[in-house]
Design a protein around this ligand. Structure first.
Ligand code: ZN
Length: 259
């Protein structure tokens, strides 16, 4: 069985010298494919360097919405250069966060638009963060589709079944993270059962929010198996079938050959 962690932050800035151990544990657990996500210029560049050396890894480059007002003046140019260089499989992490509110809505919207335009120009998928902003994210994506084709993933999805269906209609995938394993997350599990099999992705969002039963520990891609098992049970399918579909979906989205 092969698993694809479609969203992890696995850069040396967060894991220090432990990256090779983290990757070894990941591969031993069957999580042999990863999309490593950048949130600033430095971790995007580090992710691209890591992916150039490690088989099964691709990366996304972007400026996280919560960081949009903190970046250095050259960071957007560095991220753009990296994306244009062809070394990335996706644009992001981008999106809108009305929960943390560390950056003004106006600045967040400006950066979200920039990422969308870049993704459309280069025909790359988008990796989208949305927190208490799903209505605005869906409306923005619907409007952007008038300017050309667009696809991507709403990562760590926690919206309703109706919002999930709307995202699917817009051509997007939905990524489910460790939160689905939490006892209190019955509604997210319920929504996950409504997502069409060909649009479902799984992710760890490492190093954040480990799934049950590892809650409270630093997350890493090897932990994906717990989220996968929980989703397979919720959807009434075998772990093998969930692994196969979510891996095929991620390969399709990030344009990777299936092995
Ligand atoms: Zn993330």
């Amino acid at each position: 069985m092969e698993f694809y962690d479609s969203h992890c932050h696995l850069d040396p800035l967060r894991y220090g010298g432990e990256i090779s151990d983290v990757l070894a544990r990941s591969r031993a657990a069957g999580v042999s494919r990863l999309t490593v996500i950048g949130t600033r210029a430095a971790d995007s560049e580090a992710a691209a360097n890591l992916c150039a050396m490690e088989p099964g890894l691709v990366c996304a480059a972007g400026i996280h919405p919560n960081d949009t007002t903190e970046i250095e003046p050259d960071e957007w140019d560095r991220v753009t250069r990296l994306i244009v260089s062809g070394r990335v499989a996706a644009v992001g992490e981008t999106g809108l966060d009305w929960y943390r509110d560390t950056a003004s809505h106006e600045v967040q919207r400006d950066f979200f638009d920039r990422h969308i335009r870049l993704a459309q120009k280069l025909c790359l998928p988008l990796v989208i963060h949305c927190r208490e902003s799903i209505r605005d994210v869906l409306d923005t994506l619907a409007a952007a589709r008038h300017h050309g084709p667009l696809t991507g993933v709403l990562h760590s999805f926690t919206g309703t079944a109706e919002e999930a269906a709307e995202a699917v209609d817009l051509g997007f995938f939905l990524g489910f993270a460790g939160m689905v394993t939490f006892r209190s997350a019955e509604s997210i599990r319920q929504v996950a059962t409504t997502v069409p099999a060909d649009r479902l992705l799984i992710e760890t969002d490492s190093p954040f929010l480990s799934p049950e039963p590892l809650r409270g520990r630093r997350n890493e891609p090897a932990h994906l198996i717990h989220t996968a098992r929980c989703l397979a049970i919720a959807r009434g399918e075998s772990l093998e079938s969930l692994a196969a579909t979510t891996t095929a979906n991620a390969c399709r989205l990030f344009r990777q050959r299936e092995s």
